[in-house]
Design a protein around this ligand. Structure first.
Ligand SMILES: [Zn+2]
Ligand SMILES: [Zn+2]
Length: 131
């Protein structure tokens, strides 16, 4: 069942705030289910970036649920671009260091692996890193 009271909570932006138990509690209130250590890691990674805790800010929100979209899909989609689907811990599939695929691309990647095409594929992924 959707947790409507959370969906209707007002948006807010957090900028470069140090990690704190209180802030973590706030995240949990927004539907974040990661551990405190996960939360701290997110905080560090976004130290200089603004984090939008709002369903309308699709880029910073998991595309598949209400949680914070901490990961972007790194699956290459051509023209030097990646899928960039925002994903939370639950929906991101880690396939390598700092490489995450969304549900559908992970399934596609699995097919690549099964077909023996993984090394060529990973070469592409590496080329797009750091963009
Ligand atoms: Zn999610
Ligand atoms: Zn994807």
């Amino acid at each position: 069942m959707p947790r409507r009271e959370e969906l209707e909570m007002p948006c807010y932006v957090t900028t470069n705030k140090p990690a704190s138990r209180e802030d973590y509690k706030l995240w949990c209130g927004m539907g974040y289910t990661g551990s405190y250590r996960d939360y701290e890691a997110v905080k560090k990674r976004h130290a200089s970036a603004r984090i939008f805790m709002c369903g309308d800010m699709a880029l910073q929100h998991c595309a598949d649920c209400i949680q914070v979209g901490d990961y972007l899909c790194d699956y290459p989609v051509g023209d030097g671009k990646t899928c960039d689907r925002a994903m939370c811990d639950t929906h991101a599939h880690e396939i390598g260091p700092n490489l995450h695929y969304c549900d559908s691309h992970h399934a596609e990647w699995r097919r690549f692996v099964d077909a023996g095409g993984v090394s060529e594929h990973l070469k592409n992924v590496t080329a797009f890193k750091g963009a």
